[in-house]
Design a protein around this ligand. Structure first.
Ligand code: CA
Length: 229
């Protein structure tokens, strides 16, 4: 099921959008504040973003730019002012589409469906789509960043996936917390190396049958962690 993030501070509009999209079978999440939306949109996987422009905190233009830096996920901007449209066209923000208020909810649903279908075709045509790696009961798809354990999909955050991806690509090598922090997190990351064991724990909870007896990500006492092939 496609996950959609709606960022909209007007509750009635957000709920109307959500109701119509849910009726069409989408899984919908709402954020009303730009700062919270930025944090959530960058840390959780979404299949589409619907961004209002005027928001408390970070505005929709900035959200669009930040999300586009990180992902090709379709972005639909929602504008209340005609002046915004020139800006959307001129700024090169990387938005896929825009819609102006007031709009009919069925128009919104039609646009969302069209963009998701186009994006699916784009992803499907990429050669890396076939880059599926299976080891024992764990399957990882490099293209979609999806992970399955015993055939059931596990939802990893972007960071959790990046950590798993790094370890999988360096199998049987032991890495210290410091090394993993340096490799997987960049200088601009908030937090410190203690975020590494926290993320290891979360990844284990998602990819291990029994997180207390891991078969994939082993702890090498006093040294660090390794992904066991
Ligand atoms: Ca607004």
């Amino acid at each position: 099921m496609s996950r959609i993030l709606i960022v909209e501070d007007e509750e009635a509009i957000a709920e109307l959008e959500r109701d119509y999209l849910e009726l069409s079978g989408f899984e919908v999440y709402i954020e009303r504040d730009g700062n919270k939306a930025l944090q959530r949109g960058l840390s959780e996987p979404f299949d589409m973003y619907i961004l209002d422009i005027m928001l408390p905190g970070v505005d929709g233009f900035e959200l669009c730019k930040q999300f586009r830096n990180k992902t090709n996920t379709p972005i639909l901007l929602v504008s209340a002012r005609k002046e915004d449209i020139d800006k959307i066209r001129g700024l090169g923000l990387g938005a896929d589409d825009y819609i102006t208020k007031p709009f009919s909810p069925s128009e919104l649903v039609a646009r969302v469906k069209a963009h998701l279908a186009r994006y699916d075709r784009l992803i499907g045509s990429m050669p890396s789509k076939k880059d599926i790696f299976t080891i024992r009961n764990l399957t990882i798809d490099n293209a979609s960043h999806k992970v399955w354990l015993n055939g059931s999909e596990r939802n990893l955050t972007i960071k959790e996936y990046e950590l798993l991806d790094f370890l999988v690509n360096h199998p049987n090598q032991v890495f210290s917390k410091e090394e993993l922090f340096r490799e997987v997190w960049d200088e601009t990351s908030v937090g410190d190396i203690q975020t590494v064991p926290v993320h290891i724990k979360k990844v284990r909870e998602k990819i291990e049958v029994d997180a207390s007896r891991p078969q994939f990500i082993e702890t090498v006492w006093g040294v660090g962690y390794r992904f066991r092939l």
